[in-house]
Design a protein around this ligand. Structure first.
Ligand code: F6P
Length: 333
């Protein structure tokens, strides 16, 4: 058996744990399985990029490493693939057939796709076209349906909690309000978990548009009770009731890519300015995605990778591995 493996979308801690588990499961399989690592998401399939055999030596020592040894991109959707023209312009073409052709050229029996919502949507669409695929859910945002947790989330939350602990000492010393903006796209999981674990005094999440009146009253009450500082966690996708998401307008969204959120903390600071509390904002940004995975994300990634290999060996194509409460199982992609 020959299987391709690729990572797509944003990187996150735990991707290498999955790749390692895939390669090690292949090495331990009864019948030989060759694993082909596909570089830079679906890009290598579409644009004749690098595809190389992954052996045990390639995955030695990568369990604790953040990022992905295969590289990744959130710009290479084969169904809307950017093709540069001679005049410098870019047109978007459906080159998804190239993925199937390249899989055939390399005699791949199937493909393990590790990614978030965008990448798994592509995998699903390729499956509709006849590709044999298995999905592995990843994202720091924890915003995928049918799995209780995705790997990357725990590491991101830990970074955010540590940041809050650090902000707290400055907030206390200077009698300030600190507003920390965390990632998560349109889901508030990182904000909610980090905010509770870090003892935040208010947590704003996209799922519940916020109302400034009770928020201001809450902060005033705290001040009256003698609290000299306030910690607020705001998800990048948080929005005021009746208002809009805050997008980073300095950044042009290229076609096929999602619009980038940003500015929620700054907006909130402006909205709370009438309280006359000295305020500072922090956008935690990509620090949440980098670095070594926590033990939980190593476990989750390893279990997901091993389960994906079981599915491949059983010919259970079109499934996505998941964590159903405490059981590792799978659902149709
Ligand atoms: O989906 C993961 C994520 O980190 C989101 O939380 C964030 O909005 C987005 O990706 C940032 O994407 P990029 O790395 O393209 O700026």
């Amino acid at each position: 058996m020959r299987l391709g493996v690729l990572t797509g979308g944003g990187d996150c801690p735990g991707l290498n744990a999955v790749i390692r588990a895939v390669v090690r499961s292949a090495a331990n399989a009864e019948k030989p399985i060759e694993i082909l690592g596909i570089e830079d998401g679906f890009g290598a399939l579409v644009a004749d990029g690098e595809i190389r055999t992954l052996s045990l030596s390639h995955v030695r020592g990568i369990l604790s490493r953040g990022g992905t040894i295969l590289g990744t991109t959130n710009r290479g959707d084969p169904f809307h693939y950017p093709v540069k023209q001679d005049d410098g312009s870019t047109i978007y073409q459906d080159l998804s057939h190239r993925c199937l052709e390249r899989m055939q050229e390399h005699a791949m029996d199937g493909l393990i796709v590790i990614g978030g919502d965008g990448t798994l949507k592509i995998a699903h669409d390729l499956a509709q076209k006849g590709a044999k695929v298995i999905g592995v859910p990843k994202t720091i945002d924890n915003d995928l349906e049918a799995t209780a947790y995705t790997f990357g989330f725990d590491s991101a939350v830990n970074v955010a909690v540590e940041a809050l602990d650090r902000l707290k000492t400055t907030a206390e010393s200077h009698d300030r309000m600190m507003i920390m903006e965390v990632m998560g796209r349109y889901a508030g999981w990182i904000a909610l978990h980090a905010g509770i674990a870090g003892g935040a005094h208010a947590i704003l999440i996209p799922e519940i548009p916020y109302d400034l009146v009770p928020l201001k009253a809450h902060l005033k009450r705290r001040r009256k009770r003698g609290a000299n500082h306030h910690l607020i966690v705001v998800a990048e996708g948080a929005l005021p009731r009746g208002g809009e998401h805050s997008y980073n307008t300095d950044i042009e969204a290229s076609k096929g890519a999602m619009r980038r959120l940003g500015g929620a903390a700054e907006r909130l600071a402006r909205e709370l300015a009438p309280l006359e509390i000295e305020t500072r904002t922090l956008v935690l940004g990509h620090l949440q995605r980098g670095g070594s995975p926590t033990y939980r994300d190593r476990l989750l990634g390893t279990a997901f990778g091993a389960h994906a290999m079981e599915l491949a060996q059983n010919g259970a194509w079109g499934q996505m591995v998941c964590l159903d409460g405490i059981r590792f199982t799978d659902v149709p992609m």
